[in-house]
Design a protein around this ligand. Structure first.
Ligand code: FES
Length: 153
């Protein structure tokens, strides 16, 4: 084997070795880096109290919640996520019930299950008033169905 040929094969081998080490290091770094799934914030402002009408609940599609506003009782926030398999329930003004389009569960207006297969009632979330006068819903803080926030209009 000629000297030039030997050196070129050596350089190619060294290059392959460096590439292999680089790929291995990248794999080790990827393994050591935690895989994080970023969720949207669970506590968020939904707007001014005056933005929400009395009567039928307001559906906030992005947050999948219903906001109830009642003159005597105040504000409440209900989850629109069916407790069976997570479909979005729809509130019907005609019977004041939540209906799940996926498998037919029906919930009363207070979230109790009237008809399965839903195993649990709808969740209710804490709703508060921020210093700047906005309503804030915190999905990390479930509350009883009777929880209400009174806001002076
Ligand atoms: S997901 Fe609602 S009834 Fe199945």
């Amino acid at each position: 084997m000629k000297r030039r040929s030997f050196l070129s094969w050596g350089a190619a081998g060294f290059g392959s070795l460096c590439a292999g080490v680089g790929v291995s290091l990248a794999a080790v770094l990827r393994f050591l880096t935690p895989s994080v799934f970023y969720e949207p914030p669970q506590s968020f402002k939904i707007g001014d109290p005056a933005d929400f009408p009395y009567g039928p609940p307001t559906f906030l599609a992005d947050e999948k919640i219903y906001i109830f506003r009642d003159r005597e009782k105040g504000f409440a926030a209900a989850s629109a996520v069916c407790t069976h398999l997570g479909c979005t329930v729809k509130f019907f003004q005609t019977d004041h019930h939540f209906h799940c389009p996926c498998h037919g569960s029906i919930y009363a207006s207070d979230g109790k299950v009237l008809h399965g297969p839903a195993p649990k009632p709808l969740q209710w979330f804490e709703i508060t008033l921020t210093r700047d006068g906005q309503l804030r819903v915190n999905k990390d803080r479930p509350v009883a169905a009777g929880y209400r926030l009174m806001v002076k209009a």
